[in-house]
Write a new protein. Structure first.
Length: 115
């Protein structure tokens, strides 16, 4: 009888720790993988790396003075918009991630009555 209670208590503690490992470690890995994959898909549209690579090249191979000036101006605007898009997406993902991390703590506090 004593052995079965110890076994059940041990399994209970193991399952609780396994839940937190799954919730925080495994889910964080999946979450950040999805985050990076999403940023890669956004980069196909925003093309921040390509814009940086060709920053000082004129647009549409127009090597006149106006073409060179407008190329830098338009690419600067595109970089600003791209960084703003990345910042917005990152802020949204971080907010969702913090909520994800807080859910077990909030539920435990709610169950224990410490509101």
């Amino acid at each position: 009888m004593n052995f079965s209670l110890a076994y059940l208590a041990g399994r209970f503690v193991y399952r609780i720790s396994d839940f937190f490992h799954h919730w925080y470690t495994d889910a964080s890995r999946v979450f950040f993988h999805k985050f990076v994959s999403f940023l890669e898909r956004v980069d196909r549209t925003v093309a921040l790396r390509v814009t940086l690579k060709f920053f000082f090249q004129p647009l549409y191979k127009d090597y006149t003075v106006i073409g060179r000036i407008l190329g830098v101006v338009f690419r600067t605007g595109r970089l600003i918009v791209g960084v703003a898009v990345y910042a917005l997406i990152s802020a949204i993902f971080i907010f969702i991630y913090v909520l994800w991390l807080a859910v077990p703590v909030i539920l435990i506090l709610y169950v224990l009555g410490a509101r």
